[in-house]
Write a protein that binds this ligand. Structure first.
Ligand code: A1D88
Length: 368
């Protein structure tokens, strides 16, 4: 019922009755996902999908004593940095296996419940957006912040962001805006609000209560559901739709610049800090993904992430530079190349969307 795992305690598993309870247990790195953790999650979900004794799965993040909660802050970006500079083939395996895991979760045949308390970013969204029940609290901080590290919103981000209402997906993708529970529910990125003070009782019930059916597991959450707080960014939705429906990043930044409203000006300031090249790639990604299945979107994202590390290898990669500035040197001063949206070459953006693999050789060819 519990297969053997390889992440040495970073993924903790408990089975109680028909429930498989998974705790991401790397709190000092906000439960960021290593390749071993991704492999463990894949092993567990693959085994449990076929195991009639398991009828529901719950995933949560371990907390740090006295610190804010985190569900998962994404893929391990320090590993991306080291592996890219070392030319480590594990980097490619990481993305292939993480995206396949995201797909597995979206298609998981039994209730998979994500307790999205605290930080839920990047890869954390990837392992929660496919959940049947996405539980948010007043401490939830959801974001796809990849343009801040010279990346694009992957892990199925093209698929789930492009399904957000109006142009809010483009807004979230380009700015990396962090949203709380109210906005998450309003935008279709969360399902149910539970006060964080209720979580210990819910988790205790999952650990020790009688769990004899998936319905009972779901009811354990739903009976503690509450009214969500207001959506903080709801008032800005008209402005989001107006500016973020512009045809290009340069056009949408010009549109914001021409709007004296403080919201437009502060949004423009955020975009000026993001990678111009990767904003252009991101806008194209989200718009293409709107007409794609999840599997096709993940294949496109696998192509894009390959190019992030190979079109310009090593330290020349926009992603390596972005991670260096945020998480390695922590100077928060990435030197983007090019430095402004006006200098982004459309031909360079187009190269990201050419698959490096023939259709029959794509690493995610088996996803449907
Ligand atoms: C294919 C998958 C793609 C992706 O998922 S790309 C990654 C997307 N996620 C991100 O870009 C988020 C990166 N993290 C952050 O921006 C910040 O963290 C937060 C805003 C989430 C929280 O900030 P604060 O509360 O100030 O915490 P802190 O001191 O930055 O983090 C505590 C420790 O956690 C490590 N950490 C956080 N996120 C990651 C990560 N994604 N990968 C690896 N480590 C991470 C930090 O570095 C630090 O560690 P130390 O104390 O040793 O400096």
């Amino acid at each position: 019922m519990i297969p053997s795992l390889q992440s040495e305690g970073l993924v903790v598993v408990e089975v109680n009755g028909c429930l498989g309870l998974i705790t991401l247990n790397r709190p000092q790195a906000l439960n960021a996902l290593s390749l071993a953790m991704i492999r463990d999650l894949t092993t567990l979900l693959t085994a449990w999908a076929a195991d009639a004794r398991i009828q529901a799965v719950v995933v949560l993040g371990a907390g740090r004593e006295g610190k804010p909660a985190a569900f998962c802050a994404g893929g391990d970006i320090r590993f991306f940095h080291q592996a890219a500079l070392a030319g480590d083939p594990a980097l490619g395996a990481f993305f292939t296996e993480e995206y396949a895991l995201n797909h597995l979760i979206h298609q998981f045949p039994k209730p998979y419940i994500a307790l999205m308390d605290g930080v839920v970013m990047g890869g954390g969204m990837g392992i929660s957006q496919g959940a049947k029940l996405r539980v948010v609290t007043e401490h939830s901080k959801l974001a796809m912040p990849e343009t801040n590290i010279g990346l694009f919103p992957d892990v199925g981000g093209g698929y789930f962001l492009s399904r957000c209402p109006g142009s809010s997906g483009e807004w979230l993708a380009l700015t990396g805006q962090v949203i709380g529970a109210g906005d998450a529910i309003e935008l279709g990125l969360g399902d149910v609000f539970v006060k964080s003070s209720e979580l210990p009782a819910i988790i205790e019930a999952f650990r020790t209560g009688h769990q004899d059916s998936a319905e009972h597991v779901v009811a354990t959450v739903m009976e503690r559901a509450d009214l969500a707080p207001d959506a903080e960014h709801w008032e800005s939705r008209k402005k989001i739709n107006h500016h973020f429906s512009a045809p290009s990043v340069a056009a949408l930044m010009a549109s914001l610049a021409a709007d004296a409203d403080p919201w437009a000006q502060s949004t423009l300031e955020v975009l000026k800090k993001r990678s111009p090249l990767m904003m252009a790639v991101t806008l194209e990604q989200v718009r293409r993904a709107r007409g794609m299945s999840l599997a096709d979107d993940l294949r496109m994202e696998r192509d894009l992430v390959h190019h992030c590390f190979h079109l310009r290898p090593g330290a020349a990669s926009e992603t390596v530079e972005g991670i260096r500035a945020l998480a390695v040197d922590k100077d928060h001063a990435p030197k983007w190349n090019p430095a402004s949206v006006e200098q982004v070459d459309a031909a360079e953006v187009a190269k990201f969307f050419v698959s490096p693999w023939a259709a029959g050789e794509h690493p995610l060819r088996s996803l449907s």
